[in-house]
Design a protein around this ligand. Structure first.
Ligand code: SF4
Ligand code: SF4
Length: 352
């Protein structure tokens, strides 16, 4: 479902063999990418929000703009190549985010943004094409009614306007509209992909919701809708053209939409990490705010993370990760690559 040269082809991890080998040896290089969460505040209230407990627990923390810019300096000094600005909450609710984006660009750090799009107004239509690599906008719906039911917000119209404004100006910026398939929208996949194309996006990015990731929610059996989902996906694929992709993300789940864990140990977290809005650094973006995943604080001293990196405690935290207790693993192929390509050399690396 993902083309060979899509940014969502996770086998690109093999381009970072030195980092993966460090994970395998238990002797880590600095991360090559990190998530940056400017804020745990959000003006949406999605029914599937897996960050709700973390956001409430941290009293909707927001980093100071000064600290956000200090992180950009840390990334430059530590050799980090890319950052995804996300949440936590809605990242554009944070302070001095536009300055952070341009500062990263000046420091040669690539920037991606995941947003709900409601605050991505005119200034971003210039800043993002100039300084960022990609933007993913979570929408979930092709019409106002379903949008309001899922996201419990009245921001559909403004999001469409913001995406259209950005796309008119986007040049090389990759813009993707994102949909999580769930009972309220499973029969609207084609309509969503069509809207994404009409707004001028490069792609519609579609995957099943992970209901079990929401604390306090029962797992949801989406397989009862699979006939309609598959039909909708086939129809959506008719929209694919040279300048529009329909990316269906299937690697995290099996045919019954259940979580896959096809590796023994989670060894991959040192390729990245999360500078979260609550002032702490977490090992994994899927597990931000969860017990057992906090390495140390990064506020007020951003460099604290470098002092805790690759230490005995860091290694103990990783050894204690139980993948079966995690959310759907967003880095599943990285764990597979470390185990099968790096440690077991199943690819016969030295042969063409
Ligand atoms: S936009 Fe993101 S952070 Fe905000 S409520 Fe929805 S899922 Fe949660
Ligand atoms: S979700 Fe769990 S198993 Fe996957 S990378 Fe994160 S910590 Fe590791």
């Amino acid at each position: 479902m993902i083309s060979e040269y899509s940014p969502f082809n996770r086998w690109k991890g093999l381009l970072h063999e030195a980092h993966l080998s460090g994970c395998a040896r238990n002797d880590f290089l600095p991360p090559y990418w990190v998530a940056t969460d400017p804020s745990n505040q959000c003006n949406n209230n999605c029914i599937y929000c897996n960050a709700r407990c973390f956001r409430e627990k941290t009293k909707y923390a927001t980093m100071s703009g000064e600290h956000l810019l200090a992180l950009a300096s840390l990334y430059r000094d530590w050799g980090i190549k890319a950052t995804i600005i996300e949440g936590g909450g809605e990242p554009l609710a944070g302070e001095r985010v536009t300055e952070f984006i341009s500062q990263c660009y000046l420091y040669d750090i690539e920037v991606g943004l995941i947003t709900n799009g409601s605050l991505m107004n005119e200034p971003y239509w210039d800043i993002l094409p100039a300084y960022a690599r990609f933007v993913g906008i979570s929408m979930d719906a092709a019409d106002e009614k379903i949008y309001r039911e899922i996201r419990r917000a009245d921001t559909f119209g403004v999001v469409v306007r913001n995406i259209e404004g950005l796309c008119k100006n986007k040049k090389r910026l990759d813009v993707r509209a994102k949909m999580l398939i769930q009972p309220l929208n499973y029969d609207k996949i084609y309509a969503f992909a069509k809207l994404a194309k009409e707004m001028g996006c490069d792609a519609a990015h579609i995957k099943p919701v992970s209901w079990e990731e929401v604390e306090g929610c029962e797992s949801l059996d989406l397989s009862q809708y699979s006939d309609v989902i598959n039909m909708q996906i086939e129809k959506a694929k008719e929209l694919i053209s040279d300048d529009f992709a329909v990316d269906i993300i299937t690697y995290k789940h099996d045919l019954q939409y259940r979580k896959i864990v096809n590796f023994k140990h989670c060894l991959c977290t040192p390729i990245g990490g999360v500078f979260a809005a609550d002032g702490n650094f977490y090992l994994c973006f899927n597990m931000r705010g969860r017990d057992g995943f906090k390495l140390c604080s990064h506020f007020p001293d951003a460099n604290n993370v470098r002092r805790h990196w690759n230490t005995k405690r860091h290694k103990e935290l990783i050894a204690n990760i139980r993948p079966e207790n995690c959310m759907r693993c967003g880095l599943i192929q990285y764990n597979e690559m470390i185990e099968k390509a790096i440690m077991q050399d199943k690819l016969f690396r030295n042969f063409p």
